[in-house]
Design a binder for this molecule. Structure first.
Ligand code: CIR
Length: 260
């Protein structure tokens, strides 16, 4: 169960966030703020305490806090984002994470290692990590060494096309996994009950489980039905503005069980 969530208000510069899909247009700032507020309400419905950090105009992508850390039940790992414009987003997160984790349980990925939290998927005591344009071999080596100390297992998954691991695969607990595109046939995920997402709804493979409820992006009826059939209460959240800059539901928060 998660006790806490950290989010960060989108800044005005969110319109200049990194995107692989410029044809979708730039996010509308006001609409992004509205959608973010609704996202916070949805998280509160899941029984977590939400810490809302103020917007930071220095970093257009800074609302995607997931990429700055991996927060486990035994330690916090501050990442080193591989996107140069995002590398220093972690600095503002450290004092916030210190409120929830004892200093001796806070670890760091350091250069030349890079890692973004969007590449890390937790399945019980196993952490799958995508080797991507943002997370490199050295970052994975450091992450494995750190998590090994805390009794966790780390499994590397090479990515072919998508930005982050969780762009295409998400674990929704109780054995359920949403998989799309390049992840549908991956052997690593064979032990799970894999629900294949059709290409037209691939964006919505990025759903999040929060304390037995699941947040699903609005406008993807097949994914909504699949998640309802798992037996979960679904909360729909419109993320159209974040999608324009490759952001999904998971990217917008850090969900965790606080250690203090
Ligand atoms: C980026 O390219 O870094 C942002 N525009 C999107 C980050 C999405 N984060 C995530 O999937 N965890």
């Amino acid at each position: 169960m998660f006790t806490n969530v950290i989010v960060k208000t989108p800044c005005k510069a969110v319109t200049e966030g990194i995107t692989s899909a410029p044809e979708l247009g730039k996010p509308d700032y006001e609409k992004a703020l509205q959608q973010h507020r609704r996202y916070i309400e949805a998280l509160k419905q899941c029984g977590v305490t939400v810490t809302v950090l103020p917007a930071d105009e220095t970093f257009p992508d800074s609302c995607f806090v997931e990429d700055t850390a991996v927060l486990t039940e035994r330690c916090a790992v501050i990442s080193n984002p591989g996107a140069p414009t995002r590398a220093r987003e972690t600095e503002a997160m450290i004092p916030v994470i210190k409120q929830f984790y004892p200093e001796e349980c806070i670890e760091f990925i350091t250069a030349p290692g890079t890692m973004e939290g969007g590449d890390v998927m937790m399945v019980g005591d196993t952490f799958y990590i995508g080797r991507s344009a943002r997370t490199n071999a050295e970052g994975i080596r450091q992450f494995s060494e750190i998590l090994g100390k805390y009794g966790y297992q780390v499994v590397e998954v090479p990515l072919e096309k998508v930005l982050h691991l969780k762009t295409g695969v998400n674990y929704l607990e109780h054995g359920h996994m949403l998989v799309s595109g390049e992840f549908t046939g991956k052997e690593e995920f064979a032990p799970y009950h894999r629900h294949e997402i059709p290409e037209a709804e691939a964006y919505a493979a990025n759903c999040i489980w929060v304390n037995e409820k699941v947040l699903v992006p609005e406008g993807y009826p097949t994914v909504e039905r699949i998640v309802r059939e798992m037996g979960y209460e679904v909360i729909l959240v419109d993320t159209s503005e974040f999608r324009k800059i490759d952001g999904g539901l998971s990217c917008l928060s850090l969900r965790f069980k606080a250690m203090k």
